[in-house]
Design a protein around this ligand. Structure first.
Ligand SMILES: [Zn+2]
Length: 386
């Protein structure tokens, strides 16, 4: 699989199957029944408007707070070896991110609508927030490429662990242990050093079978996910709904770019397909029944401040009080502070596609597979260095 050329298609080149290379052309293609199997590929950008904490920016304080937890490096919280010795920081974070706290966005509901219309072949998501499921997309239609909170298992013997039980532990701020071998239980989120779920590899041929590809809310920088849109056949339209052009989309005659906010973009597309009211009805159904102590009332900044201060105090508390920590403290202090010196950091390897078996960890220590939109900033960070 070669790297796709990224130069935009020349405006004089006519589309091959679309009547016009724009939103109307895509809508017409759909309305004409030509999009019978659609693959959708999404990333963090579709969940930002749900209010899920976005820690990508240094001034949100996550990294500063993680430093106070005496993590050897910030992303240790998602490192499987570190988790084995010290699971508390992850479990504290898991409490913040655990499904049930956030409402799906209208973009999630749009994917549900595609499914209801019988058009959704498969959704590939990089998100671990399970909001696609909460919007009503069936699990069988979703490939959670970086895992999710939907299932959990023992990291030693792989025995599955019940969702009810792990929720109880998360609520009680205790660490779940395997009933069979007493190993640590972990949600099946892909940690650094872990293989991608087999479902990713079992389904990655599907983009080639689709007659429409929709890419939304992703910077397409984390491999191997980033290569999926390239697998779409030539002559099958692709539409990117995203803040900026990414991943070579726009280079083919039937590529349409709808740049801007995801929610606004899917609303326009649904409207153009004649689905506007259905979409709004589906999304309205995701609203929480009661919203006492509603987070929705708060501004994004207020909410973020709450999350950060809660995160800090809870992690401090669990680190101080946890019996697991006490048991393991002898070993846990042997990891050197900042074991990944900045001098090892190399710029991203130009995003060459590849299908390795493990998650491509960003060399900048990026948590983009977990934290929303973080990958978008990686180049900026490099540029800022003198
Ligand atoms: Zn076990």
């Amino acid at each position: 699989m070669g790297q796709e050329e990224s130069s935009p298609v020349d405006e004089s080149v006519p589309p091959t199957v679309l009547t016009s290379r724009n939103l109307s052309g895509i809508a017409e293609y759909i309305r004409a029944g030509k999009a019978r199997s659609v693959t959708v590929m999404v990333g963090a950008g579709i969940s930002t408007s749900a209010g899920i904490p976005d820690f990508r920016s240094p001034d949100t304080g996550l990294y500063a707070n993680l430093a106070r937890l005496e993590l050897p490096y910030a992303e240790a919280v998602f490192d499987i070896d570190y988790f084995r010795s010290k699971p508390e920081p992850f479990y504290t974070l898991a409490q913040e991110l655990y499904p049930g706290r956030y409402r799906p966005t209208v973009t999630h509901s749009f994917i549900r609508l595609l499914h209801d219309k019988g058009l959704l072949l498969k959704l590939f998501t990089q998100n671990i927030d399970c909001l696609e499921r909460e919007a009503g997309v069936p699990g069988s239609k979703i490939v959670e490429a970086h895992g999710s909170f939907a299932r959990q298992s023992c990291i030693e013997c792989k025995t599955a662990y019940s969702s009810d039980e792990i929720r109880q532990h998360i609520d009680a701020r205790t660490i779940p242990r395997c009933h069979d071998c007493s190993g640590l239980v972990k949600p099946e989120i892909v940690f650094f050093g872990e293989a991608l779920p087999s479902a990713f590899f079992e389904n990655r041929h599907l983009p080639e079978e689709a007659d429409l590809t929709i890419v939304m809310g992703t910077s397409l920088t984390v491999q191997p996910f980033a290569s999926l849109p390239q697998l779409a056949q030539q002559g099958k339209p692709r539409i990117l709904i995203n803040k900026e052009a990414v991943g070579g989309l726009g280079s083919r005659p039937d590529d349409v770019l709808l740049l801007g906010d995801c929610d606004a973009g899917v609303r326009k597309l649904a409207e153009a397909c004649g689905w506007g009211e259905e979409l709004e009805a589906l999304w309205a159904a995701t609203a929480p029944a009661v919203s006492e102590e509603s987070q929705v009332e708060k501004t994004k900044d207020e909410k973020l401040e709450d999350e950060i201060s809660k995160l800090t105090s809870e992690v401090d508390e669990s680190l101080n009080l946890s019996k697991w920590h006490q048991e393991r403290v002898r070993g846990s202090t042997t990891m050197p502070v900042d074991s990944r010196p900045k001098s090892d950091v190399q710029p991203s390897s130009s995003g060459k596609p590849g299908f390795g078996n493990t998650l491509h960890q960003d060399p900048n220590g990026n948590l983009s597979h977990v934290f929303l939109g973080q990958a978008r900033d990686e180049n900026k960070e490099t540029d800022e260095k003198p």
